[in-house]
Design a protein around this ligand. Sequence first.
Ligand code: ADP
Ligand code: MG
Ligand code: ZN
Length: 639
Amino acid sequence: MSSQNSQNAKAPMKKPGSNNYLWLLIVILAVSALAVMFNSGSSNIKKISLNQFVEDAQNGKVAKIVLDSESDRLNITNIDGSQDYTYKEASATIEDILAKVPDNIKKDIDTEIQPSSGGNIWITILINVLPIIIIVGFFLFMMRQAQSSNSQAMSFGKSKAKLYDVLKKKTMFTDVAGAEEAKQELVEIVDFLKNPSKYSQIGAKIPKGVLLVGAPGTGKTLLARAVAGEANVPFFSISGSEFVEMFVGVGASRVRDLFKKAQKNSPCIIFIDEIDAVGRQRGTGLGGGHDEREQTLNQILTEMDGFEGDTGVIVMAATNRPDVLDPALLRPGRFDRRVMVDLPDIKDREEILKVHARNKPLDSNVKITTIAMHTPGFSGADLENIMNEAAILCAKENRKTITQEDLQESVEKVMMGPERKSRGLSEQEKIRTAYHEVGHAVVGHSTKNCDPVHKVSIVSRGMALGVTWFLPEDDKHLYTRSKFFDEICSLFGGYCAEIEFFGEMSTGASNDLEKATKIATNMVTKYGMSTVGPVTLGDQSGHEIFLGRDLGHTKNYSEDTARKVDIEIKSILEQGLQYASKYIKENRELMDRISKQLLETENLSREDFLSFFGETLEQDDHKHGLTTHKKSKKAAKKD
Ligand code: ADP
Ligand code: MG
Ligand code: ZN
């Protein structure tokens, strides 16, 4: 705690320090500027013409002349003490000018010649000194900066762990919707923290490390905080990437510091977010920097081995890449507890939406269930985002309550990017886009296994000119070969429609082709869904190159197999293309009608679309087996 405070105290002091020199500079500048103004404006010296001067001189008014030979300025002091100035021609001397003045008067006039100006001494000083001041000031500033970053380096070894005061902002399990299994596992941890003696008496070892595994935004951080909140213990949070800095050795010393702090505050939770940043398999990294990571990781392991379970410190860590973690992290006595945090299913999504709707006024027409239904694959963070976007939409239009339309709109926005109505499509492009999208929709609809068409739109969104939105009304866990194939057919729908109605394809289909190719490739090399046979080919771990593992050893099949794979992928794509092309050729008239309608309204809802086939929602649901779905899911579980 105390070092935390002293660090905090240092921070505000630094600022005025580095500003001091700036202030000094500003003050010096201001004083000089004032001095210049004061000096030039101090006396009421006035300018007179040369003739006037000569006249004055003739009349004996002039007491003294000082010639500034550089600027040819004559500074005149009169008998009565007043001062004037004038300019002479460069070629003329004072003698020339005073030629008309009677000698008896002339001899009383004091003349003096200043070799080089002093026109205004302050300006001269300023011009000469200012650059020096600026340069010196700049150097001082730089030095100061360097110093402060030096002192930062001194505190580098200190962990930057943020201590959340649990009393202030408590997160409880009730704030985490769904995730029942994860919560059940964690209840145990809460109990360990609350009554450690209960376990140690009976000789049970309290787990030291809990690894939360799940996709981004599924609530891992939230769960860890909730554990701290429920157990009412301090919560030290640090991100894996914060261990790794520019200097070698910093990470390790930060780890040491963090564990020391935690032990002082036990019982408590240390939470290491994104642990894959430091916990990747050792000895596999490419390029620099992994030595540092290894040291950091080693230090974490050492610290975890070092403290006994009954110190009451539990280390929680989160990652979405458990596959890249070093096995040493996962062995018993370290992060041996693994808690999976899944993407929420439909019921959980509803709960999460409700949690985030808590402080938002919802209209009576809002059906959270429908929104939950329309958001398969969304994470908790996405759902929170949807609620927030809807509230923003509502506030923008100065309405008091969030409506179902707001929510629907924000689902689409989160899923497909914001609408870009202003995107200037030509009439021809619009027509092409309409046929393209309708092509996807009708081909998809004609197949048995594509998800129901949820919406067809030719309003530009994000990068896409239009979208056909197929929506599984249920969370999918298994995909069959025919589902993949039907999806490929539907992806070719746009491409074929363009060829059929416009005589040639356009760039608008490139994304579809990419997706289709990817599906076909996976079918052949990953799922054994082709004549190549039941094998997985190539590196299926999905690791990016930068991990460096087995780089260059990803190909585990022969040239001959490679050729077969290529042929097979092509053949699957060809078949999909043929299906789509045939269907569109045979349904030109239908395509025309739907496209015309789409061009008129820009959007077609599921009902609108089905009406062209004379079908109702229920019929379509039935076709997709949705009414019988509950039974089939149970049956699947038994298997
Ligand atoms: P992760 O750490 O898994 O990437 P976070 O815990 O940071 O995800 O979640 C991000 C946000 O998403 C949280 O702050 C929370 O508001 C929301 N969220 C995620 N999952 C849930 C959930 N199960 N219940 C309520 N809110 C959730
Ligand atoms: Mg997180
Ligand atoms: Zn398309």
